[in-house]
Design a protein around this ligand. Structure first.
Ligand code: PGA
Length: 253
């Protein structure tokens, strides 16, 4: 059985003070939840403060990106070695990174391998854009992204990774995918690609979240689907009470 995992991607929101205010409000609202893994992913500037504030709680902290090199002359970048000191998780290859910052399947693969080499759990984002969906290319695109992300990653490392299936047209639009549709892509495309690269055991072990306009009103529908193991939540993760509702509904509370 895969344990549900709800992660909040704060994107480029919140100062250190705002981040601390949010997690201090969130923590008591979810402290009794044991059946769901919970994470927040603040911007780099708040990672240290938030990771300190949440020490010893049931809320994990993750970064939203990282570079693949360990150190060196890479102005403005953050390395896996630096993150490992602070957090156990890192989002890799979010569609906004692919769209605005030139990330490709190849750079995603380098980052995934670097994260794993440093003991960080990557949340690997995949998903088709609207034109690809309308052209009937969803399966081909998502399959290519999965195969690309995991190229050269050994099975024993792949097993512990997390994937977020985020159809790009559903992100921040208020127009979520249907639970049935997301379940289909996760089962028939993402797990199928993992089974092909590795085996059924790995394909069944990897947790796959849905992401894109998740909110308290629609999370239950996603969680009813057998292939969906949780959610990567953007906008609805910024408010402590709303995010806590998503976590609590996932836990059946
Ligand atoms: P959203 O973002 O929940 O605001 O649609 C999801 C994401 O980008 O991870």
């Amino acid at each position: 059985m895969r344990k549900p995992f709800i992660a909040g991607n704060w994107k480029m929101h919140k100062t250190v003070a705002e981040a601390l205010e949010t997690v201090r409000a969130l923590q008591p609202l979810v402290q009794d939840i044991e059946s769901v893994d919970i994470a927040v992913c603040p911007p780099f500037t708040a990672l240290y403060a938030v990771s300190q504030a949440l020490r010893g709680t049931n809320i994990l902290v993750g970064a939203q990106n990282m570079f693949w090199e360990e150190q060196g002359a890479y102005t403005g970048e953050i390395s896996p070695r630096m993150l490992k000191e602070l957090v156990p998780l890192v989002i890799i290859g979010h569609s906004e990174r692919r769209k605005y910052f030139g990330e490709t399947d190849e750079t995603v693969n380098r980052k995934v391998k670097a994260a794993l080499a440093h003991g960080l759990t990557p949340i690997i984002c995949v998903g088709e854009v609207l034109e690809e969906r309308e052209a009937g290319q969803t399966e081909e695109v998502v399959r290519r992204q999965v195969l690309g992300a995991y190229a050269g990653v050994p099975a024993e490392q792949a097993r512990g990774t997390v994937i977020a299936y985020e159809p790009v047209w559903a992100i921040g639009t208020g127009r979520a995918a249907t639970p049935e549709d997301a379940n289909y892509v996760i089962g028939h495309v993402i797990r199928a690609a993992l089974a092909e690269m590795y085996n059924d055991e790995v394909a069944q072990a990897v947790r796959v979240q849905y992401g894109g306009s998740v909110k308290p009103a629609n999370i239950a529908g996603f969680m009813e689907q057998p292939e969906i193991d949780g959610a990567l939540v953007g906008g609805a993760s910024l408010k402590a009470d709303v995010f806590a509702d998503i976590v609590r509904i996932t836990a059946g509370r």
